[in-house]
Design a protein around this ligand. Structure first.
Ligand SMILES: Nc1ncnc2c1ncn2[C@@H]1O[C@H](COP(=O)(O)OP(=O)(O)OP(=O)(O)O)[C@@H](O)[C@H]1O
Ligand SMILES: [Mg+2]
Length: 181
């Protein structure tokens, strides 16, 4: 596990609040980026991806990629730097790192895509190491989640200020920015 200080911690109080954080962070991704989503079953990882995809103009309903390990979604409008495809992956049922490596996500995102990988936090190394981690944890109240955003690699550390500004923007609810390390 790579240790790094969170860039931002945002509290959401509803699924839509978590979607708003996902939508806000969609503004800072570029082609080639990988976002790993951490958190227990039902934490809100897919919900986050729904908001992220909607912000990039995906019209299809985003659901858990249960039968396909990786599901592509075409963006309606190119996002920052020309993101045209979102690859939504779920590596929950893969029990060996080699199987995650075999998905080839780091290569698949190279041109005009970004990947969002549920349960990807256990596979950061095989995903290339330079990832943004979004961790969802239950909050103290019903329907509350804490969304902790951490830059785990050099390109994300360099964008920490932009990530923090996006995550803590007015649309995303209660937030606290924290200094990256
Ligand atoms: N603040 C919140 N943010 C996100 N989801 C919430 C929130 N409050 C309640 N929920 C509910 O929690 C559930 C989250 O489900 P979701 O499929 O997004 O989780 P997941 O982390 O992808 O689970 P899995 O590990 O099974 O893929 C949904 O039923 C959603 O309505
Ligand atoms: Mg899910």
């Amino acid at each position: 596990m790579i240790e790094a200080a969170p860039v931002a911690v945002v509290k959401t109080t509803s699924p839509d609040g978590t979607r708003a954080v996902g939508g806000a962070l969609a503004a800072v991704v570029r082609p080639g980026d990988i976002v790993v989503l951490a958190g227990d079953l039902g934490a809100g990882k897919t919900t986050f991806v729904q908001g992220f995809a909607a912000a990039l103009g995906v019209r299809e309903a985003v659901t858990s990629p249960t039968f396909a390990l990786v599901r592509p979604y075409t963006c309606g409008a190119a996002g920052a730097g020309g993101v045209r495809t979102i690859l939504h992956a779920d590596v929950y049922r893969l029990d060996r790192m080699a199987e995650v490596a075999d998905l080839g996500l780091a290569e698949l995102v190279e041109d005009e895509a970004v990947a969002l990988v549920e349960w990807g936090d256990v596979a950061v190394a095989v995903l290339g190491g330079d990832v943004l981690q979004v961790r969802l944890d239950p909050g103290s109240g019903d329907g509350e989640r804490l969304v902790t955003v951490t830059a785990l690699g050099p390109s994300w550390a360099a964008r920490a200020a932009a990530v923090r500004a996006a995550a803590c923007g007015p649309a995303t609810g209660t937030a606290s920015g924290e200094e990256g390390s």
